[in-house]
Design a protein around this ligand. Structure first.
Ligand code: AMP
Length: 626
């Protein structure tokens, strides 16, 4: 079968090089742009995100068009950041590794200029540069652009956002008039349009995806919280996504530093990236992130520009960007190279208008998501742990010698008991941490001035009490099963039951206030599959439901046998309590404990506090949405 890159017109040397990089098929942008650019006689405007394979889309044709027998610069690629500059240079070196005589230089600030000048003097055909340093070198008359045939303006909108307009003008004025200009931009604000108009002659325009539309692989979500709960909300999102590998954006360097420091104190694997760090410090942080030795990169917009790290699962907008256009760049850090990603905004209710503005600009709607409850997090972490235990690689030769002693230790216990104990080892710590965890979702007014769903439901169901039961979908219950189980055992009618909220290891259901006592009176010593079934009043009881805000009194319908998952759950204390009755315990710095580092090694003992969470490998991502 003919290699698909070859079919696009790429030569064998380059095809072999990209094969080595694992590129089997061109990405859509490559498929569209490569044949056009290979013609070499047109200006070009490509509306495309990073992460779509854009670098190869222009890099491969450039290599085909350059005369590598000459040592003069023939291609100049301008990009906004040092990060991106290094990335593009490295990519082009990789694509041209089998091309005799090919030489690429990266020209960027914050590094030794002498070395860059030396490389230029030795002769290069491709110059990849950030505008400031490029001008510096031009000012020193250290480069001759008279043979430049192609100029690529990559992330043009970002370069303009960063104020490089004049620098770009000055640089372009040193290149020949008949060069071809290829412009790539994620968005097309009027300033970029103006560049296209001023510098280009009837350019071929390609739009990869819809105009101004963010990457199609990215889902956009927002959470509405009170301003003071933002940090707790961030932690809860992270705890609910054990496999998260995220860039968290803050507006200021100070916020970035604060959030990172707090996360580190609380036992998370995080670090800050901002402009007050030295270049060396920034490189170190980025390397750790790239190597996945860090899970949460807390960054400012400027510092994070051009970050090209694959497999980022989430982008979190801890604060919304001032410039709405920046949202596209932020979210573009995830959903790269065909992967899916989630871009999350943690906002207060006053910022809903800004979400709508972003929606208009990116042409996509946000989903209003609800922060998971303490119960949800515990459940998620439990199953994450279960999956991890299930999938762990056993080192037979090492563990074998201990097996007899281990078996001895567990001799008295049934298989079920052993499993329960292993699961509880970590699970209990989450339970402890999340007991009394308040609801962090602000009952936001939407733009029409309507209360959020929960407020409405509370008002509607004031005649009902919300109850917890330690049975759920893992017991293969449907809502109907749960309804008949409760009615049969509690001797009440189905008409007295309201909404049933079926979860995994537990569920919630509403019972008419008038029937609650009957239910509890009859619901005694009930077993399911040999385990005790408990019902309790949920701290989330709707208005008038009786237990609101107070301590939940556990009702044990099943006596002493503790249930799976909730086995040692002494008091959930309103893990799902949506309205904490005020003054609820906030998740504070005491969270602490046992967060494994992202390389997968558990950090034993964790940090001070010891009650906290432990991250473990993931079960599916079940996010709650309203
Ligand atoms: P870019 O948009 O150029 O930043 O590319 C995003 C990521 O996709 C980079 O890690 C590239 O190595 C990768 N990539 C680019 N083209 C392909 C391809 N045809 N097949 C697989 N991966 C690719």
């Amino acid at each position: 079968m003919i290699n698909p890159f070859k079919l696009l017109g790429i030569s064998d040397d380059v095809v072999n090089a990209v094969k080595d990089l694992g590129f089997e098929n061109p990405t859509p942008i490559q498929e569209q742009a490569i044949p056009v650019l290979l013609e070499g006689n047109n200006d070009f405007v490509g509306l495309a995100q990073t992460g779509t394979g854009k670098t190869a889309a222009f890099g491969l044709p450039l290599i085909e068009l350059i005369d590598f027998s000459s040592k003069k610069p023939q291609a100049l690629i301008l990009c906004p950041t040092r990060e991106l500059c290094l990335q593009i240079a490295s990519d082009i070196k990789n694509y041209s590794k089998n091309t005799p005589g090919a030489s690429v230089v990266a020209v960027y600030g914050g590094a030794n200029i002498m070395q860059q000048l030396r490389e230029i003097r030795n002769g290069v055909q491709v110059v990849v540069a950030t505008p400031g340093r490029m001008l510096d070198i031009i000012g020193r008359k250290a480069i001759d652009f008279s043979s430049v045939k192609y100029v690529v303006l990559d992330e043009a909108d970002e370069m303009l956002n960063m104020g490089f307009q004049d620098d770009i003008n000055d640089i372009l004025s040193t290149t020949p008039d008949d060069k071809k200009t290829w412009l790539f931009s994620a968005t097309m604000p009027p300033e970029v349009r103006r560049i296209a108009k001023n510098y280009m002659d009837n350019p071929t325009e390609l739009t990869m995806g819809t105009k101004n539309t963010g990457n199609v692989n990215i889902e956009h979500e927002y959470y509405v919280v009170r301003a003071r709960d933002k940090y707790a909300a961030l932690k809860r999102i992270v705890d609910f996504n054990p496999e998260i590998f995220a860039v968290v954006f803050c507006k200021t360097k100070l916020d970035t530093q604060d959030v990172a420091e707090n996360l580190i104190k609380d036992g998370y694997n995080a670090d800050a990236l901002h402009g007050d760090l030295s270049q060396q410090q920034r490189d170190k942080v980025m390397q750790r992130f790239r190597d996945r030795n860090m899970q949460l990169l807390i960054a400012t917009d400027v510092a994070a520009r051009g970050i090209d790290v694959n497999n980022v699962t989430h982008v979190v907008n801890y604060s919304l960007p001032d410039e709405i256009e920046s949202y596209t760049h932020r979210s573009g850090r995830t959903g790269r190279a065909g992967k899916t990603g989630i871009s999350i905004c943690i906002i207060n209710s006053k910022e809903l208008g800004k979400i709508r503005q972003i929606e208009r600009i990116i042409g996509k709607s946000f989903t209003k998501a609800e922060l998971p409850t303490g119960f949800d997090v515990c459940e998620k972490q439990l199953f994450s742990l279960v999956h991890k235990v299930h999938n762990v690689e056993v080192n037979e030769s090492q563990i074998d010698q201990y097996i007899p002693r281990i078996m001895d230790e567990f001799a008295e216990l049934s298989k079920e008991d052993v499993i329960k104990r292993f699961a509880s080892l970590e699970f209990n710590r989450f339970l402890e941490y999340y007991k009394n965890a308040p609801d962090l979702n602000a009952a936001a007014l939407d733009e029409r001035g309507e209360r959020g769903e929960r407020g409405a439901r509370g008002a509607r169901n004031s005649d009902y009490t919300r109850l917890f039961i330690n049975l759920g979908s893992v017991d293969e219950f449907t809502r109907g099963d749960l309804l008949s189980f409760v009615c049969n055992n509690g001797k009440i009618s189905g008409k007295n039951i309201g909404k049933i909220d079926l979860k995994g290891v537990y569920s919630f259901f509403e019972v008419e206030n008038a029937s609650v006592d009957t239910l509890f009176a009859n619901f005694n010593d009930i077993q399911f599959n040999n385990r005790g079934v408990r019902i309790e009043k949920s701290g989330d009881a709707p208005e008038g439901g009786g237990s609101r805000g107070g301590e939940r009194r556990p009702y044990s319908g099943g006596g002493e046998r503790k249930s799976y998952g909730g086995g040692e759950r002494k008091s959930y204390g309103g893990g799902d309590r949506r309205s904490s009755g005020g003054g609820g315990r906030r998740e504070g710095a005491s969270a602490g404990g046992g967060f494994r580092d992202f390389s997968g090694k558990p950090r034993e003992g964790g940090n001070a506090g010891g009650s906290g969470r432990r991250e473990s490998s993931g079960s599916g991502d079940r996010r709650r949405r309203s």
